[in-house]
Design a protein around this ligand. Sequence first.
Ligand code: EPZ
Length: 427
Amino acid sequence: MQKILVTGNGPLHGEVLISGAKNAVLPILCATLLTDEPVTLRNVPNLHDVKTTKKVLEGLGATVSYDPERFGSGPDSEVTVNASTVNSHVAPYELVKTMRASVLVLGPVLARYGQAEVSLPGGCAIGSRPVDLHIKAMQSLGADVTVEHGFIKAKTRGDRLKGAHHTFEIVSVGATENALMAAVLAEGTTVLDNSAMEPEIVDLADCLIAMGANIFGHGTPRIEIHGVERLHAATHDVVADRIECGTFLVATAMSRGSITTVNSRPETMDAVLDKLREAGAEVTVDGDRIHLDMRGKRPKAVDITTAPHPAFPTDMQAQFMALNCIAEGAGVIRENIFENRFMHVSELQRLGADIRVDGHTAFVRGVEQLSGAPVMATDLRASASLILAGLVADGDTLVDRIYHLDRGYENIEAKLSGLGATIRRVD
Ligand code: EPZ
């Protein structure tokens, strides 16, 4: 099993190219099932989760093609999906259990084929993560939905879903995406209230509009969709990954360095950039570039409260906890989205961090220096926080279970080495 060895080695500096967003490309790949014409996506990151989604689409009978030479090379990384060969409406347990985002085929398959059977994803390290909100949205659009033998079984009553007014009980990124994809082919108008507003949802809507959908209000709590008979071919550039970008910026702030991120989308990252400024970083934006300068300054601890966009993203919580571990003063971190997203705490404590947890709140007092040690990743963003802590710790940090990292970070050790870090994969 591969591990990553990181050795603390001073400030990061230079430029880093930001990849396409995992949390945009996964739903967008599922959306390609809504048409029988080819859809080409560019800026597709070479991630484990992208490969799993490819298997899910191929399992349904779609054809997924890409040039391995260019796959994962940034803006030129292209994937084309042709769903005209789809011959199944079942997403099997074997695949769904490895990646819960597979549940995002529910809406497209139901809307396009009138029935869908999708394995229940089950729980995950960061929380129970039910899918009741997805099911309720499909029922609002006129589907009969049952859960049997570990599967969500959904069927339209007529040959199409029916437009409706649906209000989400709580803000959910995935349920908003599933309902949006289902509604674009429904008969009549759908209004989705209390929708999630994440930039990845806006990117999904932009891709659907390029495919011929009528969508208004995406990026606000109220999304309105006028259903159409069919969608057509399109080409779409996947939005930059604001979480990958934020991860590199926090790493640089922790190491007291200075970097520029390229092909990033600063306008999707206000809450994160504000917290970096609060920590003492000089942050300037110039088009798709973000410059961060922390040279000669120790970060100041910041308080964090996670909430749906545009508030502070839960996917950056672990990285800012790592920053607080070596910062001046103390910071309070409140995790409001997932009930079990402090699994990185005990591993950071192994590196000498001073953290006390009380329910959904963590109190972090900064220490002068962390000390390297073997640690274990427990989920995607937790693994990033351990890498960041290792970059500023004294000596070696050996991170185990890095398959979590590969799910959401493309070539992270190559990118960090390019910024001057001492980091490599070891068997
Ligand atoms: C998406 O997950 C992201 N994943 C997550 O990123 C991210 O943390 C999360 O949104 C919040 O921003 C992808 O986009 C693939 P939710 P999702 O539905 O859609 C509860 C990462 O690190 N809920 O917004 O699953 C749920 O349990 C990952 O890249 C229900 O109760 O998140 C949670 O407490 C991790 N019932 C809250 O809502 C439902 O039917 C928000 O979850 C659905 C969700």
